[in-house]
Ligand binder design. Structure first.
Ligand code: CA
Ligand code: CA
Length: 350
């Protein structure tokens, strides 16, 4: 080893990492020159020794373009999880921003038992019904929601009267935007649900969403359980002006109440006001002995083929506790529109 080479090595040992590589190159050139070989020209392909260093680039190096696409850490395709629908799953309608609650498929108990002395004959016998999965509206359809349908090229006609029982200005008054729409007959309710991409629930869908505890496989008398509680449902309480009002209960309202006003009164699936506030149109024709003719262990019943009245469910602000039970059946001519009838929609799944 000649003295020039020794000098280079001593020089290189004292340099920082950033200078070692050029030094090694110079050494290589020196050795190759000493061996009588020609040094690599600057146009030759650089050897790999220049690529493993993690040193910061010098000003002379070509900068990496800022827009360079980063190389993904893995070449595996991105896996998009498929949501699994279950109790608690929700979606929001793009038409009216209604929150929809998922009700899984399965069997439930509908109606009241013969042993229930307080129950009406038309809700007996209790029978098992199996339903496909469906979505149910979280709340009754509100004035503001209904107004969206009216504003959409009159896809819905205006409520027949714009007042309520105690208010001369109700529909169209922003103070009551989030109260249930009133003065809609069955056809108007049906039209609204069609506009929203949904339909009126069947009587069976309505009752399952109102009163079936899927996790416990238990039928409730009221959405929240089996014991009446006059402070978590808008019925004819002490504020109600009728002689028959329950003077021992206070729900805070003599007329309709805002939807979602009673979070402690929701059904096991999370639906509000399935008891009280407004009676709700459902899809089925009414037939008093329908349950008797239907029998037990049926699937997706659609109600009688025809009739004179449509079924109404859940009781209202003007009724006693007796009629806000989830199995209670009411009915009226489909052309009726008044201050205690509203509706909600559902959407069946295949
Ligand atoms: Ca009330
Ligand atoms: Ca209701």
């Amino acid at each position: 080893m000649n003295t020039k080479l020794v000098s280079f090595l001593l020089f290189a040992r004292n340099k920082k990492k950033t200078t070692i590589l050029p030094v090694i190159l110079l050494i290589s050139i020196f050795i190759l020159s000493a061996c009588g070989q020609s040094a690599p020209s600057v146009t030759e392909t650089p050897v790999s020794i220049f690529t493993f260093t993690s040193a910061p680039p010098t000003a002379a190096e070509t900068p990496v373009p800022a827009t360079k696409t980063p190389v993904p850490a893995t070449s595996k395709a991105t896996i998009v999880p498929i949501p699994i629908l279950d109790i608690g799953s929700t979606e929001i309608s793009p038409k009216d921003e209604m929150v929809l609650l998922y009700v899984p498929q399965g069997k439930f108990l509908m109606g009241s038992t013969y042993e229930d002395a307080l129950a009406s004959t038309n809700e007996k016998p209790q029978h098992s019904v199996t339903l496909k999965a469906f979505w149910i509206d979280q709340t009754e359809v509100t004035n503001a929601m209904y107004a969206k349908c009216v504003a959409d090229n009159n896809a819905c006609i205006l409520p027949i009267y714009k007042g309520s029982n105690t208010q001369s200005s109700y529909y169209g008054n922003s103070e009551f935007d989030h109260y249930p729409v009133l003065f809609v007959d069955w056809d108007m309710a049906n039209s609204y649900c069609s506009w929203a991409g949904r339909e009126l629930p069947t009587e069976a869908q309505w009752e399952k969403a109102a009163s079936w505890n899927d996790l416990k496989q238990e039928k409730y008398i009221y959405p929240w359980g089996n014991d009446f509680n006059g402070s978590i449902v808008n019925f004819c309480d002490k504020n109600c002006t009728f002689d028959s009002a329950d003077k021992n209960s206070d729900d805070g309202f003599a007329d309709t109440s805002p939807v979602k006003n009673y979070p402690d009164g929701i059904s096991p699936y999370g639906a509000y006001d399935m008891a009280g506030n407004v009676l709700e149109w459902v899809n089925d024709w009414y037939q008093s002995d329908y349950y008797v003719t239907l029998g037990d262990n049926t699937s997706n019943p659609q109600g009688p083929a025809s009739g004179d009245s449509r079924v109404l469910r859940g009781g209202s602000w003007e009724e006693f506790d007796f009629f806000v039970g989830s199995a209670s059946r009411n009915w009226d001519n489909p052309t009726v529109a008044n201050d205690y009838i509203g509706f909600r929609c559902s959407r069946s799944l295949p």
